[in-house]
Design a protein around this ligand. Structure first.
Ligand code: NAD
Length: 336
């Protein structure tokens, strides 16, 4: 059993913690909390051991939240630490993980140089095997890489031009906007997503542009991909539909928007309405000469969760990437 802890129990951390609890080969040592908020109370209700900064123990106990120990004690008991703290905080923690000799998984809000390798399970699982520090790329980059590595199996990609429509905030983020604007972010081109894709697909010619839209549900990507040789639409659809963690939705089923996609997640009883899959709008997949066009949606709060689980297996020396993806998918109810 791999002993894993989660540092930072927010949007990503709480989902990774739930996913760890579902794995047959992992045990959750606990999670860290720095504030006595609703997430701390809920973790306690779920029976998840909570670890807090030494100076906060009394505050938590006064609030009726049982504390198992300090965050550093949690690190000491772990084989692997998943860092899901806010952007840049993970880099500060790296010194602590390193001094304790612990393997750790970072998130996409950290700079790429925080880790030995940036990770996307369907692209470069093998590169992360036995590494000490792995960074799971961001939600948008995970969506891009999962799609591009899949298309690369149909035909070699020579060029990608992508437009990213980003959700403005996660549903819980009360103070973020915009609420009535479409905002290029950044206004300069390329957006940072292209550079992030290149941390994994190093030689790919990719340019990305990003705009923030007033929605909280999902991102949408619009891709124009140039291929070395022509392919048929049917070949592309067949590969997308047989690839794990990719779902096709079509106008026939009247799923034409991110709102309806999330409604499906609710209807099928997914925990927290999560959709770990890249959701491709089937009707958008089209081919002109050696160019391929498609649009898909990315559930920002959850797409990286199964990737974190695979990254944990990789750093602990589990060599079979496809097997890891299958184990993760089975335990999390990710089916075709
Ligand atoms: P979040 O703010 O929801 O959660 C971060 C958690 O860390 C909070 O519970 C916070 O209290 C806690 N925290 C803050 N400082 C801490 C400290 N010093 N020690 C321990 N815990 C601390 O953030 P998030 O959205 O879950 O993002 C976490 C990481 O995941 C970031 O790198 C982000 O870029 C990345 N990410 C976020 C999303 C998304 O859509 N939310 C998607 C993919 C990747």
């Amino acid at each position: 059993m791999m002993k894993v802890s989660v540092n930072g129990y927010g949007t990503i951390g709480k989902r990774v913690a739930s996913a760890i609890l579902a794995q047959p080969d992992m045990s959750l040592i606990g999670v860290s909390k720095t504030s006595t908020n609703y997430e701390a109370y809920h973790a306690q209700r779920l029976g998840i051991p909570l670890y807090v900064p030494k100076e906060s123990i009394k505050e938590f106990e006064d609030a009726g939240i049982k504390v198992m120990g300090t965050i550093e004690e949690m690190f000491r008991d772990s084989d692997v630490i998943v860092d899901a703290t806010p952007n840049g905080v993970g880099a500060q923690y790296k010194q602590v993980y390193s001094s304790l000799g612990k393997k750790s998984i970072f998130q996409g809000g950290e700079k790429a140089n925080v880790a030995d390798v940036s990770f996307s399970a369907l692209c470069n699982y093998d590169e992360a095997v036995d590494k000490k520090y792995v960074r799971v790329v961001s939600c948008n980059t995970t969506g891009l890489l999962r799609t591009l590595c899949t298309i690369n199996r149909v035909e070699k990609i020579t060029k990608v031009r992508a437009t990213i429509v980003r959700r403005a905030a996660d549903p819980k983020e009360v103070k973020k906007g915009p609420i009535n604007s479409l905002t290029p972010d950044p206004a300069s081109i390329p957006s940072h997503h292209a550079k992030d894709v290149n941390t994994v697909l190093k030689d790919l010619d990719i340019v990305t542009m990003a705009i923030v839209a007033p929605t909280t549900l999902m991102h949408v990507h619009m891709l124009n991909i140039t291929l070395a040789n022509q392919v048929t639409r049917e070949e592309v659809l067949s590969t997308l539909s047989s690839t794990p963690r990719i779902l096709l939705v079509s106008g026939k089923s009247k799923i034409t928007s991110t709102a309806e996609i999330i409604e499906v997640a609710r209807d099928i009883g997914r925990s927290r309405n999560d959709l770990y899959e890249t959701v491709v709008f089937e009707d958008s997949v089209s081919v002109k000469g050696n160019e391929l066009f498609l649009m898909y949606a990315v559930h920002q709060e959850s797409i990286v969760v199964p990737e974190n689980i695979d990254a944990i297996r990789a750093v602990t020396g589990f060599r079979d990437g496809l097997k890891s993806v299958e184990m993760t998918n089975t335990s999390m109810g990710i089916r075709k």
